[in-house]
Write a protein that binds this ligand. Structure first.
Ligand SMILES: NC(=O)c1ccc[n+]([C@@H]2O[C@H](COP(=O)([O-])OP(=O)(O)OC[C@H]3O[C@@H](n4cnc5c(N)ncnc54)[C@H](OP(=O)(O)O)[C@@H]3O)[C@@H](O)[C@H]2O)c1
Length: 352
């Protein structure tokens, strides 16, 4: 396997730092360039970034000079990951793609764009072919792929086998979201300590819209969105890492029993499990039988933070079934998810 030179846009932020930590010993990708705002550009990374990861900044990274996020400054990379603030991602990501530098983004800006894949490799790997319709660069060498909102990853991972087996008609969920999901410095401590905030601005529309594209079908080169309805309530809780969701689902046809659903979720195999992607969890979903599980503090790091944990599966008094799902928001829901996307893009020949 060849190795590839990666850049990181938004390298100084919470997601950017997670990219650096997860890529430190990556077998395929080497970090060659770090970009951030003009406030950080020109400074050594160790001075520009307020490092919040628990292991130290890798020495080679700490010494690298932060660049401005201009494509002309990133000519030496094969592709870039983006952890850019959404207020600047639209222009910067398009500029890189136009310059022939593929962008693998965490930002929300292009998730609903009709030719941009919104990708979870285990759920909709076939949507990658949308890349071929993109016109960001004149010769097609620059393109954008996105990963979904961090709540949506455990949601669609659990909905995918249900949709294939029974059909999904409606979903009601409440998310209990960790504070690391708000970046740094994030939510003021006086607001969140010993408290729950029952609203996260701009979150619920993404959680309600993105599953429809992810579980949509590719027809004549475009995604025909799934047609079920989603009602989401997003809350912030004083947990460091791991978004937990309480989900109730209305199914298209009735399962024979709740045990049948448990077998379905436990035996589910990802369509990319045979590809040996370095960041792919061996078991993308784990169903806990113990009614006390999953818990963010105990299970967010399972399989390197890349596994969706499920529990409390039961027949529901409203709609059909309910369960709890949980995943690490800055790993599976952000940097780790984007790295897995990049690995699939290599395997499928889009990154060469
Ligand atoms: N945190 C999560 O769990 C999570 C999960 C999924 C998706 N996301 C998305 O990922 C992105 C990053 O989130 P985050 O939590 O890492 O945010 P963050 O900590 O606020 O970091 C934002 C990054 O964007 C850079 N930036 C800001 N303005 C810029 C400009 N004008 N030009 C170039 N770079 C600029 C910042 O550089 P400076 O340091 O120089 O200001 C920093 O590197 C957001 O779009 C977010 O919605 C986050």
């Amino acid at each position: 396997m060849s190795t590839f030179k990666a850049g990181i846009l938004g390298a100084t932020g919470a997601v950017g730092q997670k990219f650096i930590r997860l890529l430190e010993n990556h077998p395929w990708f080497t970090i060659k360039a770090l970009g951030a705002s003009d406030r950080s550009a020109g400074r050594p990374y160790s001075e520009a970034a307020n490092w919040i990861e628990s292991s130290p900044v890798p020495q080679t990274i700490g010494r690298m000079e932060v660049r401005s996020c201009r494509a002309a400054d990133f000519g030496d990379v094969d592709f870039v990951f983006s952890g850019l603030d959404s207020s600047v991602a639209t222009e910067i990501e398009a500029e890189f793609a136009a310059a022939g530098i593929p962008v693998i983004s965490n930002a929300k800006n292009y998730r609903t764009h009709p030719t941009v894949p919104l990708l979870v490799p285990e759920v909709n790997p076939d949507h990658l072919s949308l890349i071929e319709s993109q016109t960001f660069s004149a010769d097609g060498t620059g393109w954008i792929v996105t990963n979904p909102n961090c709540v949506v990853v455990p949601l669609v991972t659990t909905l995918k086998p249900l949709a294939d087996a029974y059909g999904v008609e409606s979903v009601i969920l409440t998310s209990l979201q960790a504070i690391s999901g708000a970046g740094y410095p994030g939510v003021p401590s006086l607001d969140i300590l010993g408290n729950v905030i029952p609203y996260i601005g701009d979150e619920e529309p993404k959680v309600e819209a993105e599953p429809l594209k992810l579980l949509g079908t590719l027809e004549n080169g475009i995604v025909k969105e799934a047609s079920f309805s989603v009602h989401a309530t997003a809350t912030r809780v004083p947990v460091m890492n791991g978004h937990l969701l309480s989900v109730t689902v209305g199914l298209g046809s009735a399962p024979a029993s709740i045990d049948e659903v448990a077998d379905l979720l436990s035996s589910w195999k990802s369509p990319v499990s045979e590809l040996d992607l370095p960041s792919a969890p061996e078991f993308p979903m784990h169903l806990y039988q113990d009614q006390r599980y999953p818990q963010p503090r105990l299970h967010a790091d399972s399989e390197g933070g890349m596994q969706t944990a499920v529990g409390r599966l039961r027949k529901a008094g409203v709609l059909d079934i309910s369960y709890v799902a949980m995943a690490h928001n800055t790993v599976r829901g952000a940097a780790g998810g984007a790295i897995l996307n990049a690995e699939l893009l290599v395997k499928k020949g889009y990154i060469q």
